[in-house]
Design a protein around this ligand. Structure first.
Ligand code: ZN
Ligand code: ZN
Length: 313
């Protein structure tokens, strides 16, 4: 039986990339300290700021919310209801439960209030996988609500596995503009609040162990609409490499963040202009969010004209 490296009690986990065995209590301390260090090293936020955590009901965002609260940050929650039958309702309940436990405010926004329909129907109308635009839509809504409710920072539960799989995809396709912006801290600029990822240096395993150790009730698995997504494939590849060479994930990401400064020294970022309709910063005249609304609404109207009232488009 392994002993906890910090207190010598019976260990519950062994984190290979850090070569450390930890007991149930010390997992929490270990992960919280790592998050605190990430916040400090990348200057993500400070104690007096108002932070809005994007919560989905999954373990990552709920763990993030609890850690920030435990560390003494002023963090409230925002849930975006995508209207996925059953999944969205259960997810909302999990968020409500932890909001009560932490005694923090929790907001809820419905996608339907923007588009007049849910994510599944938008995907049908767009003839695209939901994941192709779900991220853009969530970022838009989070940013808009953070501004209107007076928050300075939006925090998301993206962890090391998310970040490295995105990094791998960006490198494989040489997405220079995405690479330039990728990192745990996307500074505020005109029309954008600051966006931070305090779990960026914690692996999914570590977060899972934290959720178990703190008995956080959460939705199991990833979004039911994301089955077969490329990101899952990249994650499994990265984890195969990690299995053979523990510590690779963390090194891949941290060294990228260091190298980034040199690679992008000239800083030729694209010029953003306010969307002519809603004011959101965009490279096009009308932003991607507003264009999506147009397409969805046109299709719904067309469909209703054709069938009078009726089944889903
Ligand atoms: Zn211990
Ligand atoms: Zn717009």
């Amino acid at each position: 039986m392994r002993k906890c490296k910090l207190c010598e009690k019976e260990a519950m986990v062994f984190f290979r990339s850090h070569r450390i065995a930890l007991c149930k209590d010390c997992i929490k301390t270990f992960v919280e300290r790592r998050v605190e260090r990430t916040i400090r090293s990348y200057k993500l936020m400070s104690k007096g700021e108002r932070i809005l955590v994007a919560v989905s009901g999954g373990k990552d965002s709920l763990v993030l919310w609890q850690i920030l609260t435990n560390l003494g940050y002023e963090a409230d929650g925002m849930f975006i209801d995508l209207g996925i039958p059953e999944f969205s309702e259960v997810s909302w309940e999990k968020c409500e439960k932890i909001a009560q436990k932490l005694s923090r405010k929790l907001f809820k926004v419905k996608l339907e209030d923007y588009f007049g329909t849910n994510l599944i129907n938008i995907a049908k109308i767009e003839r695209r996988e939901p994941c192709a635009f779900c991220g853009m839509v969530k970022r838009y809504i989070m940013n808009q609500r953070a501004i209107s409710e007076g928050y300075q920072v939006v925090a998301t539960g993206h962890h090391l596995d998310d970040e490295t799989s995105v990094l791998l995809g960006n490198v494989l396709n040489w997405q220079v503009d995405y690479l330039r912006r990728q990192g745990p801290n996307l500074e505020e600029s005109d029309g954008f609040v600051r966006k931070v990822k305090p779990l960026a240096l914690c692996s999914e395993d570590e977060i899972k162990s934290y959720a178990e150790a703190s008995e956080i009730d959460h939705v199991e698995g990833s979004c039911p609409l994301s089955k077969g997504a490329t990101s899952h494939f990249y994650k499994s590849i990265i984890n195969q490499i990690e299995e053979r060479m523990p510590g690779t994930k963390l090194r891949f990401y941290k060294e990228f963040l260091k190298a980034k400064k040199e690679i992008f020294m000239e800083n030729k970022s694209v010029k953003l202009m306010p969307c002519s309709r809603c004011g959101y910063p965009t490279t096009a005249g009308i932003c991607a969010f507003c264009r999506l609304i147009d397409r969805v609404k046109t299709r719904i109207q067309l469909f209703q004209e054709r069938t009078q009232f009726g089944e889903e488009p």
